[in-house]
Structures are given as structure tokens and as C-alpha cells.
Design a protein around this ligand. Structure first.
Ligand code: FES
Length: 102
């Protein structure tokens, strides 16, 4: 059964930025683009590199290691070397916090 988990304060994320959130032994990446929050697995699907150290440009996260890119709205890989989609999660902002549905 899915449930909404409270993560970080929305205002703690800069626009076009990403922060790390750890929960139940897993790492997630929480993004902000303008007034919208997004969430995905925190590790790149190419190698186990933390995406929170990557660069967000518009709705794209660029992995810090080999510059693989994913669309943070749906996890779609946008070219080599990444070919496996990133798992994404529904996200919303409530009471100033980002909630993600796991
Ligand atoms: S580890 Fe992310 S692109 Fe290689």
C-alpha cells in the first residue's frame, strides 16, 4: 500500500536544484522547479552515484559522474551513458513540506 512521506522543507530547495532525502534505508532525490516539487530515486541508474550532487536544468537532472541525464518528471533517460529509466514518485507540497508517495 502506498503512503505519503514527509520529506524536506520546500523552501530549503533552491529553484532548479535537488536535495538528498534518506528514508527506510533508501535514498531519494527531491527537486524543485519553480513552484513544483518532483521526486526520484537518489542514485543514478548507470552507477550508484548520488544525483543530489548533480545539476538541475529545467526538468533535467544531470548526473555528476558521467553527465547522464534524466527527465525528472518521468525518469526518462535522455541519452548515453544512461539507458535505464530513473524511478520517479508523485510529489506535492503541503504545509511547506514536500511529500512523496511511496
Ligand atoms: S553514474 Fe550517472 S551517468 Fe554514470
Amino acid at each position: 500500500m502506498s503512503q505519503w512521506i514527509e520529506t524536506v522543507a520546500f523552501d530549503d530547495i533552491d529553484d532548479e536544484d535537488v536535495v538528498r532525502f534518506d528514508h527506510a534505508g533508501k535514498t531519494f532525490a527531491i527537486y524543485r522547479v519553480e513552484d513544483t516539487a518532483y521526486a526520484s530515486d537518489g542514485l543514478c541508474t548507470h552507477e550508484n552515484v548520488h544525483l543530489c550532487d548533480g545539476l538541475v536544468m529545467d526538468h533535467v537532472i544531470e548526473c555528476p559522474k558521467h553527465n547522464g541525464r534524466f527527465d525528472i518528471r518521468n525518469g526518462r533517460p535522455l541519452g548515453a551513458p544512461v539507458c535505464v529509466a530513473l524511478k520517479t514518485y508523485p510529489a506535492k507540497v503541503e504545509g511547506g513540506k514536500v511529500l512523496i508517495e511511496l
